[in-house]
Design a protein around this ligand. Structure first.
Ligand code: C5P
Length: 304
């Protein structure tokens, strides 16, 4: 048997500008998206039936849901249908990342399932049917399929390459344990729209990157999310005041925030300090990497 393992890496919006709103209610966005080494795992294997196995420290809410409503199940079934195949696979999802937390979560898992299944079924990941169904699964799914540093535009589905991140780029991810409903955060956003803020220059080092991100770039959903869940303001303040980060910011529609650090040692020290003072928060040091789309093919293994 062969098991294919894909990493569903945490997605971070290094900045996120809301440029406007379409008539159907969706917002037009401009975001620099990077991927962190903190991840869920998606493993797939051919079996005579479909099954979804849920494991990991954050799997409980998914175990309480109907399997058919899981975005991974939808990704598998829609991909099989688009390719005129039967969805006869077992998928093991190891859920490490907090749910509904602004770092991809379900979108990253669905995208990892698409990458793993295309490899298992010997189909190219840039097959038009895959691209099309990724965008229909959710606005964040296409960028998670790529799992590479990228700009996204439109409603989030129009991707363009971004300059590579500096080699040594460390963050600490912090989630205070509140799940944020994305539609409510978009709805609560107020004030003028922002301009696009894309960069054409490369990022010299992590200090240069932090400087560019602070220079007129922000997360436009942060004020609304902080109004809905004031604990997010506490997370940002804790990152700023206790850990000496170069930059603190919320990702996506929250509630996960990240601090950016000069190196690995500072990130690990910051994570230890924060976990000590806030034992109830999810705190995770991670590297930002330019390409987390890799797969592992494990021959002679089984998920059963
Ligand atoms: O596409 P996805 O299911 O991830 O989006 C969840 C919700 O977030 C949408 O129903 C919409 O309310 C909001 N959203 C938006 N504009 C976007 C992306 C999402 O208003 N570009």
């Amino acid at each position: 048997m062969t098991v294919i393992r894909a990493y569903a890496a945490a997605k971070l919006n290094l900045y996120l500008h809301v440029l406007g709103r379409r008539e159907d209610g969706y917002h037009l966005l401009d975001s620099l998206v990077a991927f962190a080494s903190a991840h869920d795992l998606v493993e797939v294997e051919s079996t005579p039936y479909f099954s979804l196995q849920l494991h990991g420290p954050n799997s409980l809410p998914l175990l309480l849901e109907d399997t058919d409503s899981n975005l991974v199940t939808k990704a598998v079934k829609r991909l099989a249908e688009a390719l005129d195949r039967k969805p006869h696979v077992t998928v093991k999802l190891t859920k490490n990342l907090p749910l509904a937390s602004g770092i991809g979560g379900g979108s990253a898992d669905a995208a990892a399932a698409l990458r793993a299944l295309c490899a298992l079924w010997d189909e190219p990941i840039d097959h038009p049917a895959v691209t099309d169904l990724a965008a229909r699964l959710g606005a964040d799914v296409p960028v998670c399929v790529g799992s590479r540093t990228a700009y996204f535009g439109g409603t989030g589905t129009q991707l363009s390459p971004a300059p590579e991140l500096p080699e040594d780029c460390w963050v600490v991810l912090v989630n205070p344990g509140v799940s944020m409903p994305t539609p409510a955060v978009f709805e609560a956003r107020s004030g003028p729209f922002s301009p696009s803020a894309r960069l054409t220059t490369s990022f010299s080092d992590v200090r240069g990157l932090a400087g560019l991100l602070k220079d007129g770039r922000h997360n436009d959903l942060s004020p609304a999310a902080e109004r809905l869940s004031p604990v997010i303001t506490q997370v940002l303040a804790a990152l700023d005041s206790t850990t000496g980060c170069l930059l603190s910011r919320m990702s996506g529609s929250g509630a996960t925030c990240f601090g950016l650090y000069v190196d690995f040692d500072h990130a690990v020290a910051a994570a230890e300090l924060l976990s000590g003072v806030r034992p109830g928060w999810w705190v995770q040091p991670a590297a930002l990497l330019n390409d987390l789309s890799g797969l592992e093919v494990i021959e002679g293994a089984t998920l059963l």
